[in-house]
Design a protein around this ligand. Structure first.
Ligand code: DSN
Length: 422
């Protein structure tokens, strides 16, 4: 375990919080679909002296001196990202996924232009045009949805009809709570008909694409990919924008800096380089394959036990449980109950939900973090049983407490990179 002796001496309060969080991560099961554990090398790089450096601009074109080593790590991150995703250009400076999307919109649109993205309630993301975001004050968003929530198939006919009527400048693929593969080729054909740029926000599935477990939208002619780097890709917290062509990449670069952000967070850029280096290794392909295998196995386990999954299964790392249909209780109640036994997931709206976002009908869960810990198919059954037993015995405090101990004992068998040695 890292010791953090300087922190302990300087600030015992923050030190205690760090140790508490390490213990929580070691002793519990992380099923939040967007979370993961980074390697010791990525973790070390995030705490390096690159923190002390301002580097506005891009490698070889900076506004301040002293850039020999920052240029070096940013070039490594760019080259590795391009190789991982077959991209023509990579901007590795976005601080996170939402800023990456904002920079992308401003690179490609004028105020008042229209974007077509997936409806939040059917799996899309806030930055794909939800009215609570400031983006909707500047751009017009139109939405597409699933045609059939039992299969998850997108309504591509309606998408085409709306695209022909609304003439969006961007057709945006991507999601944060959708368990199926998208048909990028169909979306690209619709975009070509109306002259739209195709963008995929692959934040959730970047690691699965890098690991060749899911299809790469560039291979169907998509123009731009935005992503975070810390989910399935198992890198530091941050964002990235990839372009198919250098020409598009130039527009993106200008938008990220100076258009939107200031100096890059260079220790994170360096850590992205390390994570992308790890993702280029053959072991990462095994990881990506296992994430999907675990997810499909857990989904089947639930369905075999009468649990209702939105779209009745999964093609990727995540699934959505309809808790009301399965157990007659809301997703918030399930989240709180499972938290109390050391299993973390999040309450989530499901398609056509009649409940409110803070008290929705579903929960979302995924397998990226538990797969990093080395869990395999048989462990999915153990986890599924823990969850179902907790729900069945939710009014029996002693049974819930006993289950918490069992979860802890189970978890401690699986090392957490950066916390416990493998
Ligand atoms: N917070 C991320 C997720 O959990 O999907 C998306 O922004």
């Amino acid at each position: 375990m890292p010791t953090y002796t300087a922190l302990q001496a300087a600030d015992p309060d923050v030190y205690r919080a760090v140790i508490g969080e390490m213990d929580r991560q070691r002793e519990g099961v992380e099923l939040i679909a967007s979370e993961n554990y980074i390697s010791p090398a990525v973790l070390e790089t995030m705490a390096t002296v690159f923190n002390n450096k301002y580097s506005e601009g891009y490698p070889g074109r900076r506004y301040y001196g002293g850039q020999e080593f920052t240029d070096n790590v940013e070039r490594l991150a760019i080259d590795r990202a391009k190789q991982l995703f077959d991209a023509g250009h990579a901007n590795v400076q976005p601080h996170a996924g939402a800023p990456a999307n904002v920079a992308m919109y401003f690179a490609l649109l004028e105020p008042g232009d229209t974007v077509m993205g997936m409806d939040l309630s059917h799996g899309g993301h806030l930055t794909h045009g939800h009215p609570v975001t400031y983006l909707t004050k500047i751009f017009k968003f139109v939405r597409y949805k699933m045609k059939d929530v039992e299969t998850g198939e997108i309504d591509y006919d309606d998408m085409r009809k709306v695209a022909l009527a609304e003439k969006p400048k961007i057709i945006l693929a991507g999601f944060s709570a959708y368990p199926r593969e998208l048909n990028y080729a169909k979306m690209k054909a619709i975009a070509d008909e109306v002259g739209a740029v195709t963008v995929a926000d692959m934040a959730h599935i970047a690691g699965l694409i890098a690991g060749k477990a899911l299809r790469n939208p560039f291979h169907d002619g998509f123009d731009v990919i935005t992503t975070t780097t810390h989910k399935t890709l198992r890198g530091p917290r941050g964002g990235m924008i990839l372009s198919r062509t250098e020409e598009m990449g130039k527009k993106i670069d200008k938008s990220v800096f100076p258009g939107f952000q200031g100096g890059p967070i260079m220790q994170m850029v360096a850590a992205k380089a390390v994570a992308f280096g790890e993702a280029l290794k053959p072991e990462f392909r095994e990881y990506a394959k296992q994430v999907v295998a675990n997810s499909k196995h857990l989904a089947k386990f639930f369905m075999d036990h009468g649990v209702k999954l939105v779209t009745n299964g999964t093609d990727n790392h995540l699934m959505l449980i309809d808790c009301v249909a399965s157990w007659g209780i809301g997703g918030g109640e399930v989240e709180t109950l499972l938290d109390s036994i050391g299993i973390t997931l999040n309450k989530n709206m499901i398609a056509n939900d009649t409940r409110k976002p803070m008290d929705p009908s579903g929960v979302r869960l995924g397998t990226p973090a538990i797969t990093t810990r080395g869990m395999k198919e048989k462990d999915m059954e153990t986890l599924g049983n823990f969850m179902l037993t907790a729900i069945q015995n939710r009014s029996d405090a002693a049974a819930v407490k006993k289950l918490h101990e069992e979860v802890k004992t189970f978890c401690l068998r699986f090392p957490v990179p950066g916390i416990t040695a493998a």
